[in-house]
Design a protein around this ligand. Structure first.
Ligand code: GDP
Ligand code: MG
Length: 295
């Protein structure tokens, strides 16, 4: 089948509105990590969807943060701004139940958009009476010159096909940019680091801030086995203790859960070794950000 339309679609919105969930629903596969806690998506995750005659390349953006005091937050905001500016279509995702100050901040960033902006009102499954959605949409529609307004539930895949149709309608003419079966352009190494980080965040719950990062130090593929050494960087010795847990129990659990998922990804047995290291204030240090590949 020949592709006649293609382009980049940015999914923007404050943390927790459901951006990662939407990408996963649209693609039907797990390409971006989801967590009930905000701020787990730091990189631009690229999801690629080839439907009929169109190829849609979704870009997930890091949360647009209120506080720009820390270098990492400033960096994430810059990434989000450039994504908005360069995208062919922009999806502005909001939570139908709550409009917050951070939504207002994202709204301001939309002014940089060159492409059409679709307002996507998410989590409509939380409205038992769908009529209650009307005043919500009424209020939102005057905030910006939206190309269209589409209420959805990313979680229950409600109305997401309609959204897809609207996106395709707005995509520019273009040829196929990626192979049909490709879902993400992220390297296996990157995906492995994200899997480990996701397990870590889930298993440490509120105890660990999002300042943790995972570095794949060694990745060695053998015939039937992949050997991986990963470093978990934390900011303080206290966080190292949390990650390791009593007699190493927490770290062991992270390792087991991550290994299972990595084995599915690489389709081989995995030997995974995790190390925890302390790097004081790395999120506030421009130089460190560079060494971790943020620039
Ligand atoms: P992100 O920070 O914008 O990427 O948000 P996530 O995709 O990580 O979702 C944040 C939380 O909202 C998670 O607990 C999701 O399960 C939840 N969520 C996402 N979409 C929906 C939805 O359509 N309905 C409901 N009820 N919850 C949702
Ligand atoms: Mg996310």
């Amino acid at each position: 089948m020949t592709i006649t339309k293609s382009g980049y679609v940015a999914i923007v919105g404050r943390p927790n509105v459901g951006k990662s969930t939407l990408i996963n629903t649209l693609l039907g596969e797990k390409v971006s990590i989801i967590s009930p806690k905000p701020q787990t998506t730091r990189w631009q995750i690229l999801g690629i969807q080839t439907v009929k005659k169109a190829q849609i390349i979704y870009i997930d953006t890091p949360g647009i943060h209120e506080a720009e005091k820390r270098a990492i937050n400033r960096y994430m905001n810059r990434v989000a701004s450039s994504v908005i500016e360069d995208a062919d279509v922009i999806l502005f995702l909001v939570d139908g139940k709550t409009w917050q100050k951070e939504d207002e901040l994202v709204l301001k960033k939309l002014k940089a958009a060159k492409g059409p902006v679709i307002l996507v009102v998410n989590k409509i499954d939380l409205f038992t009476d769908k009529k209650m959605l009307l005043p919500v949409i009424d209020k939102l529609k005057n905030k910006f010159e939206f190309e269209s307004i589409i209420p959805i539930s990313a979680l229950e895949a409600e109305n997401t096909k309609e959204l897809e149709k609207e996106i395709i309608k707005l995509l520019p003419e273009g040829e196929q940019l990626y192979p049909e079966d490709q879902l993400t352009d992220k390297s296996v190494r990157f995906q492995i680091a994200e899997i480990i980080r996701e397990k870590l965040i889930r298993l440490t719950e509120e105890e660990l801030p999002y300042t943790t990062t995972v570095e794949i130090e060694n990745f060695q593929e053998e015939e039937k086995l992949v050997r991986i050494n990963a470093l978990i960087w934390v900011e303080r010795p206290g966080q190292k203790i949390i990650v390791i847990g009593k007699k190493g129990a927490k770290l062991k659990k992270v390792g087991i859960q991550a290994r299972h998922e990595i084995e599915k990804l690489v389709d081989k047995k995995v030997f995974l070794q995790l190390w925890v290291k302390v790097k004081e204030n790395w999120t506030d240090d421009q130089k460190s950000l560079k060494t971790f590949g943020y620039e």
